[in-house]
Design a protein around this ligand. Structure first.
Ligand code: NI
Length: 181
C-alpha cells in the first residue's frame, strides 16, 4: 500500500501532455505498481477518480469508479471501478450538461463545468485488454474530467461561468464535509 502525494493546481507537472504507454509497458511490474498506488491514493481520500499526472507520473493512466461504501456520493450513480490507459474519447451528442465538479488537485473547491452528456471511450486496462464503452451522465463526466488531466487541463480551464466557482464549505454550507474528486 502506497498513498502518494497529490499535486495541487499551480504545479507545472499538472500542465504537461502525457505520452501514451508503449505496448511493452502493459502488464509490467512498473505499471501494476503505478496502478496500485493510484488506487490506494484515490481510496485514501475517497476520490471518484485520479490521474497519473496528479501524482507526478507523466503517462496516460487514469483510475476512477465509485464504490457502494463511498460516503461522499451516496446518491450518485455507480461508476464501475476502472483502470484506463491511452484513452480516446468521442462525443456522441452535441449536448452539454452543466454540473458541479471537484478535483483532488484543488482541495476544498467546486465549480460548474460543461461536459458532453454522452460519450464513447476506448482504451486499455493494465493487462492490455481493450475497453470500449458508451456512457452518459456522471460516468461520462468523470471520464472527461480524468482524461483532461492527461492533456494538462484542470476543470477551471473548462469553466465558462466563474460565478459558479468557490469554496465547498461556502457554496454548500451544512453539507457534510467533503473531500474532492
Ligand atoms: Ni481532477
Amino acid at each position: 500500500m502506497a498513498v502518494r502525494e497529490i499535486l495541487k493546481m499551480g504545479d507545472p507537472r499538472l500542465l504537461r501532455v502525457a505520452p501514451p504507454l508503449s505496448a511493452d509497458a502493459f502488464d509490467s511490474d512498473a505499471l501494476h505498481l503505478l496502478v496500485s498506488d493510484l488506487l490506494d491514493t484515490m481510496r485514501a481520500v475517497n476520490g471518484a477518480g485520479l490521474a497519473a499526472p496528479q501524482i507526478g507520473v507523466d503517462l496516460q493512466v487514469v483510475v476512477f469508479g465509485s464504490r457502494d461504501t463511498n460516503p461522499r456520493y451516496p446518491d450518485r450513480p455507480q461508476v464501475p471501478p476502472t483502470v484506463l490507459l491511452n484513452p480516446v474519447i468521442t462525443p456522441l451528442v452535441e449536448a452539454e450538461e452543466w454540473d458541479w465538479e471537484g478535483c483532488l488537485s484543488l482541495p476544498g473547491m467546486r465549480g460548474v463545468v460543461p461536459r458532453w452528456s454522452r460519450i464513447r471511450y476506448t482504451g486499455f486496462d493494465q493487462y492490455g485488454d481493450p475497453i470500449d464503452r458508451t456512457v452518459d451522465g456522471f460516468h461520462a463526466r468523470v471520464v472527461q474530467h480524468e482524461c483532461d488531466h492527461l492533456i494538462g487541463k484542470l476543470y477551471p480551464m473548462r469553466m465558462r461561468d466563474f460565478t459558479q466557482f468557490g469554496y465547498t464549505d461556502v457554496l454548500f454550507p451544512g453539507v457534510a464535509a467533503a473531500e474532492d474528486d
